[in-house]
Design a protein around this ligand. Structure first.
Ligand SMILES: [Zn+2]
Length: 251
């Protein structure tokens, strides 16, 4: 298959990053969206993309006022636990760096955002030294309003305005998670539902086995992550978004 894709962009699932991504969408960039934009958490997905496309560059854009960073800060400060997936794909990056001294290193979620940016940059440089790296912290201080939806997808070069249009959901309150790895996708679903007040989840991953595992994980959230405040009224809608030409409206 011929492809023009040569760059990976890594960003948080946060709805405010949709427009940031669309502004830099040049048709040659594949977007990976993950909680807090944490590069070590998407290691498997990055490896998959690099084996699939002739990637020469990574653009890594963490952001301010990040809900996933606030969650991680609160968890580490209070020495709490979460799920296996959230721990592995998000919290462990900072936990292993802090070695039990988290409060001495980060006094606020903003400190954590900066530290994660530093750790994420180091991770990319070490793991993919041949690739050009560009990174910056995006200022997203205006809060997200309205009913929040999370859409789980594979990484793609598609514009979020088009994805949200096709689903008939507002881009400004739609969180997007894009992975090739099930554990990474489940982490984002669990975190979004339990800590980011998502009320609707749209699974746009076509493989039946992965879809049913995600549904199972969401269904047992109440038992598996008791310490985290739970969202309510979670609707699960399944749509095969990857067959882009045949997209249908969900409602
Ligand atoms: Zn975020």
């Amino acid at each position: 298959m011929e492809t023009k894709i040569n760059r990976i962009a890594i960003m948080c699932i946060d709805a405010r990053m949709n427009q940031v991504a669309d502004r830099m969408n040049d048709g040659k960039t594949v977007f990976v969206r993950t909680a807090a934009g944490n590069p070590p958490g998407v290691s498997t997905t990055l490896e998959t993309l690099i084996s699939k496309y002739p990637i020469t560059q990574i653009t890594y854009i963490p952001h301010t006022d990040c809900g996933a960073c606030k969650f991680t800060h609160s968890l580490l400060k209070n020495k709490g636990n979460s799920t296996q997936e959230i721990e592995h794909n998000l919290v462990s990056t900072m936990r292993s760096y802090a070695k039990g001294n988290y409060s001495n290193i980060c006094g606020s979620p903003e400190d954590l955002e900066l530290k994660l940016k530093e750790l994420g940059t180091e991770f990319i440089l070490k793991k993919f030294p041949a690739l050009k790296l560009e990174t910056r912290l995006e200022d997203t201080s205006t809060p997200v309003t309205g009913q929040k939806t999370l859409v789980l997808l594979r990484p793609s070069e598609r514009k979020y305005s088009e994805i949200c249009n096709s689903l008939n959901i507002p881009e400004g309150s739609t969180y997007i998670s894009q992975h090739y790895n099930l554990s990474e996708a489940i982490c984002d679903a669990q975190l979004s539902i339990s800590a980011l007040h998502i009320t609707k989840l749209i699974v746009g991953i076509t493989e039946n086995e992965e879809r049913s595992k995600i549904e199972d994980e969401v269904a047992i959230l109440g038992d598996s992550i008791r310490p985290i405040t739970m969202g309510t009224d979670v609707n699960i809608l399944i749509e095969e978004l990857q067959t882009a030409q045949e997209r249908t409206r969900l409602y």
